[in-house]
Design a protein around this ligand. Structure first.
Ligand SMILES: Nc1ncnc2c1ncn2[C@@H]1O[C@H](COP(=O)(O)OP(=O)(O)OP(=O)(O)O)[C@@H](O)[C@H]1O
Ligand SMILES: [Mg+2]
Length: 155
């Protein structure tokens, strides 16, 4: 099942991400695909807001993962860009599908660690400030998330 959202600004991207956060559950895993500068980290910032995280989300590129514990649900933000298949003795699998919500930029670089069941998000640039954001459930556990996103579109 898919939900497609057209965003016309980084604020709109954050808002749909914040809305998504309301439907997430402990152990939720979200992958974020899209080219450099498409808005993956911006999206994570919106999820953080929806999880009541006050700390500003910055790109974890240089430390691979950032953990946010002062939250409604703990949030783990992974950016695998610099990992490039150096399959981790980093212990990321301890966090993924744990107590919190895990968001993963550049998931292809840590493919073996991505659970079969997850929510896949693809961001494509349509113009300078517009983006097509596609949400897709991989596995039935995320079907309700997609349904909820559709139902709350005009709320
Ligand atoms: N509709 C939009 N949604 C998201 N970001 C947007 C949008 N329009 C413009 N932008 C801008 O695009 C940039 C997105 O940067 P961001 O760091 O979120 O990308 P990224 O996908 O995480 O990149 P990287 O692969 O380098 O980590 C920001 O400067 C943001 O302000
Ligand atoms: Mg990023």
């Amino acid at each position: 099942m898919k939900y497609i959202f057209i965003s016309k600004s980084s604020e709109e991207t954050k808002r749909v991400a914040e809305r998504l956060a309301g439907f997430l559950f402990p152990g939720a895993v979200i992958t974020l695909d899209g080219p450099l500068g498409s808005g993956k980290t911006t999206f994570v910032g919106g999820v953080a807001k929806g999880l009541d995280i006050l700390e500003r989300v910055i790109s974890p590129t240089f430390n691979i993962m950032k953990c946010y514990f002062e939250a409604r649900l703990p949030m783990f933000h992974i950016d695998a860009y610099r990992l490039e298949n150096r399959d981790s003795e980093l212990g990321l699998e301890e966090f993924i599908e744990g107590e919190g919500v895990t968001l993963i930029e550049w998931p292809d670089y840590i493919k073996p660690l991505i659970p079969a069941s997850h929510l896949r998000i693809v961001i494509e640039a349509l113009g300078e400030n517009s983006r097509r954001i596609t949400f897709e459930n991989i596995g039935s556990a995320y079907e309700q998330v997609i349904k909820s996103l559709k139902e709350t579109e005009n709320v």
